[in-house]
Structures are given as C-alpha cells and as structure tokens.
Ligand binder design. Sequence first.
Ligand code: NAP
Length: 311
Amino acid sequence: MIDTSNLYNAVIIGSGPAGYTAGIYLGRAGFKPLLLTGSLLPGGELTETTLVENYPGFPEGIQGPELMDNMKAQAEKFDVQMETEDAESVEDGDGFKIVHTHSGDIRTKTVVVATGSAHRKLDIPGEKEYAGLGVSYCATCDGFFFRNKRIAVIGGGDSALTDALFLTRFSDSVFLVHRRDVFRSRGVLPQRVKEDPKIKIEFNSIPVEVLGDGKKVTGLKLKDKVSGEERELAIDAIFVDIGSVPQTDFLGSYLELDPAGYILTKGASSLTSRAGVFAAGDCCDPVYRQAVSAAGSGCKAAIDAQRYLLN
Ligand code: NAP
C-alpha cells in the first residue's frame, strides 16, 4: 500500500525494462524505491510481444512476457515496492517532489520517469469505431481470434514485420501494408517476410479507411501512393503497427520535452530539466527504443538518482 505519510527516496514511474532496471539498482543499493507499474499495461509493451531474440543472455530467445516477469521478480527480490497505480502529475514540494495518484499524493526525494510509449494510431475513419471489432494493436493478444481469416498488418518497421510473421501461425493470408516501397526494418526480417508464402506485401499503400458492416471489420481502403488510385482489400482483421508515441502527457509543463513529446535529458546522463527528476527508456529515447537500451538507461537513471540522494 502506498504510504502517503512517508517521504520516499525514489518513486519510479513505469514498469518496462527501464523502470524495473532502475528498481533493481535502487533497491539493491538499499533505497527502498516505490515503483508505480501503471494500470493499463504493467510490464509495458514487451508483455505484448512474442519471441525476443536480441536481448543478451538468452541465446535461444525469450518470450516478451517471460522476460518482463523475470525483471519484475528480480526487482521484488531487492525490496522494490510495486503498486498498480498511474502517476497523474508531478510537481515540486518544499524540498521534495509530489507524485499525484488516484490513491493520494506521494512525497519523494527523487523521481525516475520510465513511462515508455504507447501505440500510434492511424487516425483514419473507421479505426476508432472498429477497435476491438477487428482493429487491434496487439498481434500477440488478438491474433488467435482470427484463425483462418484474412489479416492485414500495417507498418514497415520491425514491429509490423515481426507481427506479420507471427500471424502466419493463424492465417495463410497475411497482407503486409506499407506506405513506402522500402521497409524501415533492417536486418533479417525483410528477407523473412519476402520469403514467406503466406505474406503478401502491399508496398506504396496508404490506409485511408477501415471498412465494416457495423459489427466487424470487412475491409481496408488503400490509396496507391504513386498513382493515387484507391482500392479495397477484403479483410477480417487489421493490426496497426506504426510505431509509438512517448507517454509524457501527464507531465504537463513540469519537464522540458522535445516537439514530439520525448523528455529532454542532459548529455549522456538521465538528468532532466528538474533537479532530482531522471528519465529512462522510450519516454526519452526517440532513436534506439530497444529493450536492452531501455534497461541500460534505467541503470543510468538509478545511478544518477543515487548520486543525487547521497549528495
Ligand atoms: P517504427 O520503427 O517507428 O516503424 C513504424 C512504421 O510505421 C514505419 O514503417 C512507418 O512508415 C509506419 N508508419 C508510421 N506512421 C504511419 C501512418 N500514419 N500510416 C502508415 N504507416 C505509418 O516502429 P516499430 O516498428 O514499432 O519499432 C519501434 C522500435 O522498436 C524500433 O527501434 C524497432 O527496431 C524496435 N523493435 C525491435 C524489434 C526486434 O528487434 N525484434 C521488434 C519490434 C520493435 P515509414 O517507414 O514510411 O516512416
């Protein structure tokens, strides 16, 4: 339970690789941090992925949810207090910080913001209306429901290609829809999707409308980027995999953000525009956005917070 009469050493906001790693370091150093996991997706985006092949230490790969369970267990081993709460805002008190939550105001000497990012939306007609009725943002969660159905995956990055390959477990007709004629994804994934007979790549295709019968998705209207012509794909499910946006709205003007909403940090450190507030993971990283780089930045934030506390 959150103790609103306590002055915590550190409150970590967020429970992805960055938040858990900050917790492991601060907990192991004896600072008894409080970690707010968030209520929507404790464990963060990796809990929605399948096989993670590029996290060091797992030569055969590891399932995303299992990786996050391991990180959580490791943090708990070092007495990190976890609460399923969302930070609603943060402000400065008199010599401390105040993290406002639904369950009350938390006083703390330092804050580590590790809130990650959320799925970007297409913002086209029909997307909102058919969310949960064929439009999904999580192939791992919802792929199973579309066994033997026609599926479209939208995007050209690692997430879209990984999900297209995953969805071939359920369907022989997976359409990979990308707005350009070159994938953003590099490495082995483009070759794998090109060689997969169950995946049909639709390059230069811009989604313009989700079509449905009022109850479920029936198709996707696409515009050809070159000719400008529109066409319709008969589809039962649409997985939107077009990147993410940093989850920093709750900070208001408390910290300096870049125009896209990422928290600005000083040099190679995790220091933000407020003394005693540190940032880690995808919420301050528009470039790398990997589980391992998020974990590394969680470590840096914990060490920066420790130095601040000891000084
Ligand atoms: P991303 O790399 O930002 O790619 C987003 C894709 O969506 C791009 O191809 C982009 O097109 C497209 N897109 C963006 N807005 C769009 C719109 N409004 N309509 C249509 N298409 C749109 O995002 P991500 O694939 O989620 O990857 C995020 C990070 O996670 C990356 O660093 C990635 O390497 C990492 N990741 C790694 C793995 C892995 O290693 N196994 C798996 C998943 C993710 P353009 O290309 O034209 O901009």
